[in-house]
Design a protein around this ligand. Structure first.
Ligand code: PLP
Length: 361
């Protein structure tokens, strides 16, 4: 058995310790004689798994008591609809457009109401986060929406917009648990698990209690009401049980690593290794303004598409997989989530140096 360095944007690398533990428990979870995949979601054993996962997450993120944590399905993409369906009372919302994922959220919200794009970085191909200090927020907006880390374009908010008494909603799919977050600044935080915290199929929603109501848009499906899941503690229907189990293990792993302050430190150290090299390289360069660079997704290019293609194929042969950029933007992208060891980043930079020497005159 040999594992390679996997730079996939998602589904993505998970901590080896977590995978090993899950393998050990695969046939017999703690004396139940069955796999977590095979057990009733109403069983004592699974109730314990769900309870512990929520408890550890609450602890890690210091989630205030007036927030609920929900585990739902449908991917991050279903949240693009759930947010407007549940929060649009005036049928107006303000969105900040910073890349592919906020763009998709905007298109979806437009089905349900009026969307004001109050800031955008589309003019420069989403290579920066617009100034959000003095945003003009619409008086009638039901909420303000951001994508906290744009997975495809590789940028993140280092400061979040102050929205006054307006609810702030954030998609944190690709940087969830990568650093401490002041949950009280948000009305809703959601994250698809498959980027930084678990397998595909689980979405984590952290929602302020006053936003959980029956006052949703007419025709909202029962399954798309936050209240449905909140009232039954994520057990209204069969939840993504095995995925929640793995997420719980990842939460414990993060805790053992020292929690979110330490996670941030390690992530900054890892990202700096790669960005410092990109800034000094004659061949490679980063595509995002320095101040807005993501700690998780690092896009970069060479001088030509041909060299990009050569790099992608040679890096794969050398044991660095999934470095091809998103199909819509090209180039390369190294996703260096929590579970990517620092050795992986160092080895990648070594390989890039060698490639540079071989391919510059
Ligand atoms: C991947 C991703 C999504 C979409 O997730 P799905 O689970 O594929 O629906 C949404 N937002 C961000 C920031 C993402 O990275």
């Amino acid at each position: 058995m040999s594992r390679i360095y996997n730079f996939s944007a998602g589904p993505a690398v998970l901590p080896e310790e977590v995978l090993k533990e899950a393998a050990e428990e695969m046939l017999d979870y703690k004396g139940t004689g069955m796999s977590v995949m095979e057990m009733s979601h109403r069983s004592k054993a699974f109730e314990g798994i769900l309870f512990d996962a929520e408890k550890t997450l609450r602890e890690l993120m210091k989630v205030p008591d007036n927030y609920k944590i929900l585990f739902v399905q449908g991917g991050g993409s279903t949240q693009f609809a759930m947010v407007p369906l549940n929060l649009m009372k005036n049928k107006v919302a303000d969105y900040i457009k910073t890349g592919q994922w906020s763009k998709k959220a905007i298109s979806e919200a437009k089905i349900y109401g009026k969307v004001n794009v109050i800031a955008s970085s589309e003019d420069k191909n989403f290579s920066y986060i617009p100034d959000v200090k003095n945003l003009k927020i619409s008086d009638d907006a039901d909420y303000v929406y951001i994508c906290h880390n744009e997975t495809v374009h590789g940028l993140k908010y280092h400061d979040i917009p102050s929205t006054g008494d307006k609810v702030l909603v954030a998609d944190m799919s690709s940087d969830f648990l990568s650093e401490p977050v002041d949950v009280s600044k948000y009305g809703i935080i959601f994250a698809g698990a498959q980027k930084n915290v678990g397998p595909a199929g689980v979405v984590i929603v952290i929602i302020r209690e006053d936003l959980i109501t029956d006052d949703v848009m007419p025709l909202t499906p029962t399954m798309l009401k936050y209240k449905t899941h909140a009232d039954d503690n994520s057990l209204y229907n069969t939840p993504p049980a095995y995925g929640i189990y793995i997420c719980g293990k990842v939460f414990n792993w993060v805790k053992e690593k020292g929690g979110l302050d330490d996670m941030k430190k390690i992530n900054e150290e890892k990202a700096a290794i790669l960005y410092d090299f990109l800034d000094s390289s004659k061949l490679f360069k980063g595509t995002v303004e320095k101040k807005d660079r993501s700690l998780m997704n690092v896009p970069f290019v060479t001088a030509s598409k041909e060299l990009d293609a050569k790099f992608i194929s040679e890096s794969k042969a050398a044991g660095f997989d999934n470095l091809k950029g998103h199909r819509t933007v090209g180039g390369m992208r190294a996703s260096i989530y929590n579970a990517m060891p620092i050795e992986g980043v160092k080895a990648l930079v070594q390989f890039m140096k060698k490639f540079e020497e071989e391919n510059t005159l």
